[in-house]
Design a protein around this ligand. Structure first.
Ligand code: UD1
Ligand code: CA
Length: 410
């Protein structure tokens, strides 16, 4: 395998998002969109990644400071995608190999597509390869201009298109692979000679072609993957497509999702075989659900929740930062926060953990085989012995809990 570096462009101002947060940190199904692009690069065999940052750079660097395979390059003034790559020259000048260039605002990118791009680049012994896509509505994207033999001649940005070029449906999703030396040569020659007065990376292709290098365009990007996030509407479109992918993967793994469009599951969630997710369930954060569970309708699982096998959570039950062991049932209107609940505990309708005392979050522990009656309020910090029986409507603090031992059950 050739030596590879990826450059991810993420310095843009994202005016159209109307945001204080750098665009690439906006979340798609629970993770910042840049995470998806980084992962696709890693899975395609790239182990050195340069992220070009600018607008909101401190926040981006802070978020990824633990990633040892990522270095950050600052683009102080945003003078275009070509200029963003020029800022990386000191990292590329001694490098002989493939430079993959991608945008941080296109999280639907797939590893398979990058692999196809890299394979094509190598099998064609190309100097530059780009992956393209065909869209029914190409508006807003750079158009791929080919000659009568089908060879690529260049990319023309929408603003610079002739009326005829504007009708071209093959567009540039911004997935490129360059031979490093060819890239450096082209970067030297890009000029801001266009409607926006920017240094366009897309000009590097035309310049490489006119210098006699082999430039190949492969129609390899599924059209839905092309959606880049330039505004909040596109953020919602991308999130919806990502949500469909997450759910379809879970279904392949043996999870039943009764009503996919009315269910939302975080990309970080893990769900076991034969678990059924009923409609209007919302699973957010690092959540683990075992096998044969039944969740919902209208259940809300929050970060750091772990459900073992055969757990049943019903309507309007919220669980946060808690572990529920095998066979726990909480069928109606409960709140379980910061708790560890033992095997086969029945949590009655409307009962809840009072886990915040006004100053801090406090924990509840319930042993195996307990019965928690309807409407019980469990005041944390609290530990209830295995086999205890809590009467419906009780308010239980640690003091009363001592009197609930299994031996005292009727
Ligand atoms: C770009 C492409 C266009 C392609 C489209 C695909 C160019 C000139 N145009 O247009 O052909 O169809 O992507 O989505 O490349 N960025 C920087 N520094 C800059 C400018 C941009 O880092 O100075 C980053 C942005 O943060 C973004 C990416 O580059 O992640 C693309 O920039 P954007 O302004 O969104 O380009 P498009 O107009 O979408
Ligand atoms: Ca864009």
């Amino acid at each position: 395998m050739a030596d590879r570096i990826a450059v991810i462009l993420a310095a843009g101002m994202s005016t159209r998002m109307n945001t204080q947060l750098p665009k690439v940190l906006h979340e798609v199904c629970g993770r910042p969109m840049l995470d998806y692009v980084l992962d696709a690069c890693r899975q395609a065999g790239v182990d050195r990644i340069i992220v070009v940052v600018g607008y909101g750079k401190d926040q981006v660097i802070e978020r990824y400071k633990e990633c040892t395979d990522v270095v950050f390059v600052e683009q102080v003034e945003q003078k275009g995608t070509g200029h963003a790559v020029m800022c990386c020259v000191s990292h590329l000048s001694d490098f002989e190999g493939e430079v993959l260039i991608l945008c941080g605002d296109a999280p639907l990118i797939r590893t398979e597509t990058l692999s196809t791009l890299l394979e094509k680049h190598e099998s064609e012994r190309a100097a530059v390869t780009l992956a393209t896509t065909v869209l029914d509505n190409p508006q807003g994207y750079g158009r791929i201009v080919r000659d009568s033999y089908g060879n690529i001649q260049g990319i023309v940005e929408e603003n610079d298109c002739t009326p005829e070029q504007r009708r071209i449906k093959e567009v540039n999703p911004s997935y490129y692979c360059f031979d490093s030396q060819v890239l450096l040569e082209a970067l030297d020659r890009i000029t801001p000679n266009n409607v926006k007065n920017e240094y366009y990376l897309t000009d590097a292709l035309r310049l490489s072609i006119t210098s006699g290098h082999k430039v190949v365009a492969v129609t390899a990007v599924p059209s839905e993957d092309c959606v880049g996030v330039n505004n909040r509407m596109q953020l919602s479109q991308v999130s919806k497509i990502m949500q469909e992918r997450i759910q379809s993967k879970l279904m392949d793994n043996g999870v039943t999702i009764v009503d996919p469009p009315n269910t939302w599951i975080d990309v970080r969630a893990e769900i076991g075989q034969d678990t059924v997710i009923e409609p209007f369930t919302y699973i957010h954060g690092q959540v683990r659900v075992g096998r044969n569970c039944r969740i919902g309708p209208f259940a809300y699982l929050r970060d750091r929740t772990s459900l073992h096998d055969d757990v049943v959570l019903g309507v309007f039950t919220e669980v946060k930062d808690s572990t529920l062991m095998e066979g726990v049932r909480a069928r109606h209107h409960s709140y379980i926060g910061d708790a560890r609940i033992g095997r086969n505990v029945n949590v009655g309708a409307g009962s809840l953990t009072a886990n915040f005392n006004g100053h801090e979050i406090v924990a509840t522990e319930i042993g195996d085989d307990c019965f928690i009656g309807s409407g019980a309020v469990l005041i944390a910090p609290l530990r209830i012995e295995a086999g205890s029986h809590v009467e419906p409507g009780s308010v239980v603090s640690q003091q009363q809990a001592h009197a609930l031992g299994a031996e005292e059950r009727p």
